[in-house]
Ligand binder design. Sequence first.
Ligand code: SF4
Ligand code: SF4
Length: 528
Amino acid sequence: MSQVYKSLSIANPDTLSWSPLQKLTSAIGIAGLTILIAATFGVTFPNATAWLIASLGLMTVGVVSFSYVTYLQQPAGIKNNNIWHDRISSRGISAWVAGVAITAFYIVLYQYPQVLGLGSDGAANTGLVALFDPLSQWIKGVPASQWFVYGTLYTLAIIIFGIRYIWKYRHNKYQVLRTISVMFFQTGFAFLIPELMEGLNKSTYNKWFDKDMKNMWPLDYDFFFDWHWEGMISNGSIGLFMLILGIAMIFFISPLLTYLYGKRWYCSWVCGCGGLAETAGDPFRQLSDKSLKAWKIERWVIHLVLVFVTIMTIAVLYTQMGNNPEQYWLTRDMFAIGISILLLGVIGLVYYLKDKHPDLQQDAGKIIMGVLAVIVAILLINYFIGSGNAFFIDAYSLRSAYGFYIGAIFSGIIGVGFYPLMGSRVWCRYGCPMAGLLGLQQKFFSRFRITTNGGQCISCGNCSTYCEMGIDVRSYAQKGQNIVRASCVGCGVCAAVCPRGVLRLENGSDDIYEKTLDIRVDGVRLSE
Ligand code: SF4
Ligand code: SF4
């Protein structure tokens, strides 16, 4: 007997239930996850290699076959069916359970790794960490750590949910290419290369430095820390190469690429945080808050984190130097003068750009005064304090505070744990200093923008709904106004889900900021 729908709605108001195949494939994935959970709770598996292969294999088969059934057997095109009906993607009970479970995992990972089975004082690993020992031994010849477990699961999540993402958005070349890109950078640069290099350099195993070539300051906030610096300097040509590359990334490569392509080159094509948000976090992108209040909070918080990391880094560098030119090639005096010149350069740049950008014109005075105040503070500290402290605060307290509150709690625990409740880019939107820095450049000094063909917009709101950064894209599209927003990560999903082809991601000419003030539809300028 056919089912009778009493609702007059054109769309089916009932929650669609999963097909038997979808249920079967999700059960396979959950079976793999269950092995990891059992190991976390202390179950010892007799043959770790076999159980690890079974666990990772079942999770891979489960996610990939579920995605195959759900997306690849359907016509190409965006499928967001049922997204506000499913409990997991609409802040239902399962979303809260997932949020609490992921948050708990991060707390244990950062604060209590022994709960995961990490052996201390030379003792053998147990539990979850012991399950990964065979893989760690095979890759680098040492037992696993909690970070090896995390890195493996993180990379696997990006790969298997990346396959899901590619099949879901397969009609859109931009989405396919950038997903392959984040999978490649995570697997190669963030996981395999650093792990293999540690395996090949066991003699210098303790002289650790970050071997992830795509990671850079300020996201890599410990780049300028003394132990990291010494690790690079004392590790021969490869250490020196990483040092030069790290500095070149900060001052040359990143500014150039952001000028040419916007911050998307990093946030949506390279970064591991963005990679996880785009792949495993895709079912939650619609949960981002689109309100003006959220936008205000976002601008305050992300720029405060950027200021925090800058002050912390300057303070750390300052304390690593001395006053005697015979002992230090860079003395505190020289450092203070160098930073002051750099900041004066920033003032010059703001002054130069203010005529081009009306927004900047309004804020130029405040920015210049703020930067001048920092310069004066540095000079005063250098000449009248001269102690191991900078900014009147012990630099080591400052750096451990940053590492704990921002590096661990914000980026890990909140950044990923809150995916099912606040959307997939909580960290990128509110906390990442790299996104803050690249965003400022994107807004004032980049060729990237999203162009809108307002006449075609039917105000369906798909673009705003699926913007993970909480940008109300529709409001720009309705006015036919091009979009240049500091927070836009250039994921391109707004363009991919638009049924009318209104939006295009472009790298235009230098006058793009000027163009964003033009409303194509009626010729009225927004600034007037
Ligand atoms: S505006 Fe579009 S491209 Fe930018 S973050 Fe939002 S969805 Fe992605
Ligand atoms: S998705 Fe396209 S048609 Fe719908 S509101 Fe956005 S720009 Fe307009």
